[in-house]
Design a protein around this ligand. Structure first.
Ligand code: IPE
Ligand code: IPE
Ligand code: MG
Length: 258
């Protein structure tokens, strides 16, 4: 791989439609979809990606039928029980973003424990977006900034893009380079609106339960053929890409700032 995205964000969508297309109830799709998560975590870690953010449950998803929400919560809970060991043995860092205070207490506690246990790991960071809403995250950041200005901790005239980014849940995480959405929907659904400003977007028709390692690699391959210009001209962007490749080639696999 020449230039590898440092951070990949995924909207794991299409569980319900996949199940129904196979003659099963929607919740069966969530079970199979949850089982697929490990395959993508392993594929990303094996490739040398440093951050993987997975949209597991949105703030808006609370509006689904109670039985489906309860099922998703029990799946999340058993996922944490079953997969905690994966994070330990593979040296992965576990993190969450979103309104985790909305979650049942036992789940919050399991998440807190796993985050604490894996905080010092050196492997890829896996970030689960749970009860997540990007607009809410931005509104929360605005409120915290306003309070800090009121309390004299921050001057209004000193507020920059970096200040705002620093008040988001993702404060110490670099922006995603690549966003993948499965299931054919071409929308962002309130996910990382600030952070994906310059991410490359990749949409696939495959439903999440049928999205595997090879599909993930295909997305990475397509990413490598994109030209990221960041507002500059083709010639400027080309020169910057060559410089980035040369500097990446000098570093051992996976090395670099976190
Ligand atoms: C993604 O699959 C999982 C969650 C949103 C929790 P969906 O449940 O949205 O499946 P579709 O999109 O309705 O098929
Ligand atoms: C986005 O999927 C949220 C997750 C994948 C967890 P949705 O299925 O909730 O999004 P919409 O409703 O189709 O936009
Ligand atoms: Mg969906």
């Amino acid at each position: 791989m020449t230039i590898l995205p440092k951070h990949v964000a995924v909207i794991m969508d299409g569980n319900g439609r996949w199940a129904q297309a196979h003659g099963h109830p929607r919740i069966y799709g969530h079970t199979v979809g949850t089982e697929k998560v490990e395959e993508i975590i392993r594929a990303a870690a094996d490739t040398g990606i440093r951050y993987l953010t997975l949209y597991a449950f949105s703030k808006e998803n609370w509006q689904r039928p109670k039985a489906e929400v309860n099922f998703l919560m029990s799946l999340l809970s058993s996922y944490l029980d079953k997969k905690a060991q994966l994070f330990i043995t593979e040296g992965l860092v576990f993190r969450t973003i979103g309104r985790t205070e909305d979650l049942p207490k036992p789940i919050r506690e399991k998440m807190g424990r796993l985050a604490e246990q894996t905080r010092h790991h050196k492997g890829m960071t896996v970030i689960f977006a749970v009860s997540y809403s990007s607009r809410l995250e931005i509104a929360d950041a605005c409120r915290k900034i306003a309070c800090d200005v009121r309390d004299g901790k921050l001057k209004a005239e000193d507020i920059t893009e970096k200040t705002v980014a620093g008040y988001l849940d993702t404060a110490d995480i670099p922006d995603p380079d690549l966003l993948i959405r499965t299931s054919g929907e071409m929308r962002i659904s309130n996910y990382l609106l600030w952070q994906i400003s310059y991410a490359e977007l990749y949409f696939t028709e495959k439903y999440w339960p049928e999205f595997g390692r090879e599909d993930f690699m295909k997305a990475l391959e397509e990413y490598q053929n994109r030209e990221r210009r960041f507002g500059k001209t083709e010639a400027q962007a080309g020169a910057a890409a060559i410089a980035a490749r040369q500097s990446a080639a000098k570093k051992p696999h996976g090395e670099g700032e976190r």
